[in-house]
Design a protein around this ligand. Structure first.
Ligand code: FAD
Length: 479
């Protein structure tokens, strides 16, 4: 007989630690497993705690409200006013989001695992999770290898999968209509970044701004994604790019190049006239790293009998910004509590867990399908069209509305005064109108997210069809 817990949480990253804390403080017996040793908790890959480190203040506040955890310095390394998105020619700059923070991710990870333990979770580091135990078509625990390399298995009424993008549990779930085993490569950004110490070689807020997180849209430098320059304390900066595979291939073939992600990151750093005389900040051996992040809506369901998923394992990052810290925090803050409630009611089947789908939708998830549509549209625009669009047919206010998942009233009439010219520009504008229409449709579908699994098939068919239409209309077209 394997050891039994109410809840096993797999993965002690942001989503996992918070789920474990939330479940344990409601009185459930919780085991939190992670492959890392204690000193390296929350490390995502061999490369380190690979991330841009930026999170909006709203998520940090939500965490305090839901679980009573107040983050402070030095975890909140630097407070910034917001995120600024620049056009490829750097002439336009849109201010997004409210205040936010640059985090110290290794320090955050320690605070979060301590919080889980303090709330009563049992923490087992150096446990590699290899897959789910399935009994009678239900997830009933996990198996893997312990610190000595020996096989272990542990039983649970509910398994919370917080293993990140490459989750070995999700990939080995029995084929089912609720949760896909894999994510399409079209919906993944390959990313990488450096953390540098440097002395800004001048003063130009288009390239580096100690008060704002900068995002550079540029289909040549970062095809299908973007570059970022996020300030940190003490003249340090987190600088990196994300690219989409197809966009990179098209860009390389059109330009006759063979650039890889690694080469493009170095080119992006070189392109920046202010980030010079750099020295890698190797604190926690976390100065340089590469990993992937999803840019689609979260999975259509986050639950399966005996199973809940949270964070990157469920594709929760924002489809436009790839920001996944916030949804991992907010998702974790609610997932554990709901799991503990299900255990104490004695019901852990899909009906009982469904309320997590509804709750996540309510706090974050309802806007992401719309944002996925906008991301697909954006990837179909080359630099000239993005420059034109940001100066002529999308105002800063409209762009900000879209980033919040709201639908601005963009109509031919409202833009009449803007006097559009050029066939491809006018086509791009018409495509924007189509995009906004589809986003609206998708948002409406998400306000009608099925209240129980019985209505899931019909709802999912509509979402899938709408997304198929968008993907057929827009193809990556970086150059
Ligand atoms: C380069 C880059 C830049 C990013 N920048 C930002 C940003 O600026 N802002 C933002 O909001 N988001 C950003 N993101 C996304 C963000 O980092 C993630 O969304 C976030 O870390 C998700 O947290 P998580 O807890 O779901 O998963 P993870 O952080 O991936 O944690 C998963 C945990 O599970 C463990 N684990 C994995 N597999 C196993 C296994 N088989 N057995 C046992 N343990 C296992 C891992 O060791 C880890 O501890 C970025 C991502 C990348 C790659």
């Amino acid at each position: 007989m394997e050891q039994q817990y109410d809840i096993v949480v797999a993965g002690a990253g942001i989503a996992g630690c918070l789920s474990a804390a939330g479940a344990a403080r409601e009185g459930a017996s919780v085991l939190l497993l992670d492959r890392n040793d204690n000193a390296q908790v929350g490390k995502k890959t061999n490369w380190g705690w690979v991330c841009g480190d930026a999170v909006a203040k709203t998520h940090v506040d939500f965490l305090e409200k839901e679980l009573g955890l107040r983050l402070s310095e030095p975890v909140l390394d630097l407070r910034v006013d917001g995120v600024q998105v620049l056009s490829p020619d750097l002439t336009r700059k849109f201010q997004f989001e409210g205040a936010g923070y640059s985090l110290d991710r290794p320090k955050l990870a320690k605070v979060l695992v301590d919080f889980a333990i303090k709330n009563g979770a049992e923490y087992a580091p150096r446990h590699e999770v290899e897959g789910p135990l399935i009994k009678e078509d239900k997830v009933a625990g996990v198996y893997g290898r312990d610190a000595k390399g020996e096989q272990f298995s542990v039983g649970a009424k509910i398994v919370i999968d917080a293993l990140g993008i490459a989750s070995t549990i999700r990939r080995k779930l029995p084929k089912n209509k609720y949760i896909e085993n894999t994510v399409s490569t079209d919906d993944i950004e390959s990313t990488g970044r450096y953390i540098y110490k440097f002395n800004p070689a001048g003063d130009d807020a288009r390239y580096y701004d100690p008060k704002n997180a900068l995002i550079h849209l540029n289909q040549q430098l970062a095809p299908g994604g973007y570059g970022w320059v996020f300030p940190k304390t003490g003249n340090r900066v987190n600088i990196g790019i994300g690219v989409e595979k197809k966009s990179l291939e098209i860009r390389n073939s059109k330009l006759g190049r063979t650039d890889t992600l690694h080469m493009l990151i170095d080119k992006y750093v070189e392109w920046n006239p202010l980030v010079k005389d750099t020295e890698l900040d190797q604190q926690d051996s976390n100065g340089k790293g590469y990993w992937s992040v999803t840019v689609r809506r979260q999975f259509d369901s986050l639950v399966f009998p005996g199973y809940m998923g949270v964070g990157d394992s469920m594709a929760m990052p924002n489809p436009i910004s790839a920001g996944g810290i916030g949804p991992a925090m907010s998702g974790g803050a609610v997932a554990g509590k709901i799991a503990a409630g299900a255990v104490s009611s004695g019901e852990t089947g899909i009906e009982a867990l469904w309320k997590y789908n509804l709750r996540f939708n309510e706090i974050y998830g309802s806007k992401t399908a719309g944002l996925e549509i906008f991301r697909i549209y954006l990837q179909s625009l080359n630099n000239d069209l993005i420059n034109y669009g940001m100066s002529k047919f999308l105002t800063e206010e409209e762009a900000v509305e879209i980033s919040y998942g709201n639908i601005p009233k963009i109509t031919i009439a409202s833009t009449f005064s803007k006097v559009l010219s050029g066939v491809s520009n006018i086509t791009a504008f018409k495509n924007l109108l189509f995009t906004v229409k589809k986003m609206k449709e998708m948002n409406e579908l998400y306000t009608k997210y099925p209240s129980s699994p019985a209505a899931f098939d019909a709802w999912k068919a509509k979402v899938t069809e709408s997304m198929r239409e968008v993907k057929e209309t827009f193809r990556p077209n970086p150059i």
